[in-house]
Design a protein around this ligand. Structure first.
Ligand code: DX5
Ligand code: ZN
Length: 215
């Protein structure tokens, strides 16, 4: 039985064949795709922007699970929402204070889409407890954001139960970074309800088997 939402990260897909790569994970059973937006400031890498999200929206009906690893997220909520993001997850570390965090969350929600908040490996989960009643998703990073293919940080996964204890039941708890069939199992047993996986899925010969091994 499916008890966890799998979100294949297209960061590890072949960008020259993005449409095919998305159809392939859909055929393999994915309902979401994870889109990693990086600005070269919040993280030391530059990846995907608004025009790509806009094209993806036309190409697929999969849920566009969009992970903003950017500074000044408030400036980019509207363009990403209008481009067709279904979920916009931003980093608490990108906001200077609580008012800014709340502003970003309400701006995301004003477009009728899901709001997610993410924490980097060194951020204490207590930093986001006050926002749990007003978000739809919490993204626990189990690698330093910036690149695919890094090793899972076990200690970070221990934040999952702490968040779960403090969150309303309907809040999705997503884990991102170093997820494979073994680490995915650990996260599920700790209470994760969504797993992001990039290199594990896109690096495998059989996307269906890879996705099924995470369920
Ligand atoms: C890292 C990104 C991840 C990345 C995960 O900054 O947020 O979504 O694509 O890649 P894997 O699954 O290879 O660790
Ligand atoms: Zn991500």
């Amino acid at each position: 039985m499916e008890n966890v939402l799998i979100s294949p990260s297209i960061l590890s897909a072949d960008f020259a064949n993005l449409n095919q790569e998305i159809q392939s994970v859909k055929e393999a059973g994915a309902k979401w795709i994870h889109i990693d937006v990086m600005d070269g400031h919040f993280v030391p890498n530059i990846t995907i922007g608004v025009p790509v999200v806009k094209s993806l929206k036309k190409a697929t009906d999969l849920i566009l699970d969009t992970h903003l690893m950017i500074e000044n997220p408030e400036k980019y909520i509207e363009p990403f929402a209008r481009a067709g993001a279904d979920i916009l997850t931003f980093h608490v570390e990108a906001c200077e204070n609580s008012d800014k965090v709340r502003e970003v969350i309400s701006r995301i929600k004003s477009f009728g889409i899901k709001a997610g908040i993410s924490i980097k490996p060194k951020t204490n989960p207590s930093k986001i407890f006050e926002y749990l009643p007003i978000v739809d998703l919490v993204l626990v990073m189990t690698v330093e954001p910036g690149f695919g293919g890094q090793d899972f940080m076990h200690d970070c996964a221990l934040k999952i139960p702490q968040i779960k204890e403090n969150a309303p039941e309907n809040v999705i708890i997503q884990v991102d970074g170093g997820i494979n069939n073994m680490t995915g199992k650990i996260c599920k047993s700790l209470g994760a309800t969504s797993l992001v996986a990039g290199s594990y899925i896109y690096g495998s010969d059989d996307y269906k088997q890879a996705i099924e091994s995470l369920l």
